[in-house]
Unconditional design. Structure first.
Length: 281
């Protein structure tokens, strides 16, 4: 996804060892929520709600997938005139706009993560972005994947530069010289939401048929490329959790949604279903 941070208002049981690099954020209590595949507007509403409802001293990791396949646009990415709704209907693909920045991602044959935490608890936006990517990298290495963080390649690409996986941004997880995880951040009421897409298999070529210009979309790296197979999703999610816990420190436990989070998420679903938001730019 590779997006800058944005400030948004609402309107729109086991501990892990922590490295010496972890400071005060090592005291956070992390709750891990796993969801079945859900529609795009539900996924974005739940991510947003977790950030809005965050309690003091708490962080949340959410792992999820999408059904039906969905293209998510970055908050400030031009979409109208670039993507065809009629082509998407034929392809069985939906559209949604994220609360975070970055560029378009096709969510299909991938695993999405979301982290919500209080601003400043993991350092500033750039520091927290890099820390989280280091945690994701550590998790993939636990599975035997050869991955690294992308080096700086000059100025960040603008929102209208085309699909997310066309080129890695600084600090994103890459493999075989290609992007493997695209991530983006937003500031929501003093909290930070960062979420991103880990490509399991296939490519992002379907985006070419949905875009008006029909430009080729270079294939990303995939988990199958790296490991020869796609691991059990429970095991893959556990590896990502373990890598993040080792990097960020704190106490990590499985959990569920609270009543307030469910209520706020249901309220936000209307916003993320609204075509005036999806096609706003």
């Amino acid at each position: 996804m590779a997006g800058k941070e944005h400030d948004l208002s609402r309107g729109g049981g086991r501990g892990h060892p922590s490295p010496s690099a972890v400071s005060d954020h090592g005291t956070l209590r992390w709750r891990v929520v796993r969801d079945p595949p859900l529609p795009g507007h539900v996924n974005m509403a739940r991510d947003h709600a977790l950030a809005l409802c965050l309690q003091p001293g708490e962080g949340v990791l959410r792992l999820y997938r999408w059904d039906p396949p969905t293209v998510s646009f970055g908050r400030n990415e031009p979409a109208r005139g670039f993507y065809s709704e009629s082509a998407a209907l034929l392809e069985g693909v939906s559209f949604v706009r994220r609360p975070t920045g970055g560029r378009a991602v096709l969510h299909h044959m991938e695993l999405t993560y979301a982290l919500a935490f209080a601003g400043g608890t993991l350092g500033g936006p750039k520091i927290s972005y890099r820390l989280i990517n280091q945690g994701l990298l550590a998790g993939l290495r636990l599975l035997g994947a050869s991955v690294e963080l992308a080096a700086a390649r000059g100025p960040s690409l603008p929102p209208d530069a085309g699909p997310c996986f066309r080129e890695p941004a600084e600090g994103e997880v890459t493999a075989l010289g290609r992007k493997l995880i695209g991530s983006a951040q937003a500031r929501i009421g003093g909290r930070i939401l960062q979420h991103g897409s880990l490509i399991l298999d296939g490519d992002q070529g379907r985006l070419r048929r949905l875009r008006m210009d029909e430009e080729d979309v270079p294939p990303p790296a995939t988990v199958r490329n790296l490991l020869g197979e796609v691991p059990d999703l429970q095991a893959l999610g556990q590896a990502l959790e373990d890598g993040l816990a080792l990097t960020l420190g704190g106490d990590w436990k499985g959990g569920e949604y609270r009543a307030d989070e469910n209520m706020v998420a249901r309220e936000l679903e209307t916003h993320y279903l609204d075509p005036r938001w999806t096609w706003r730019i």
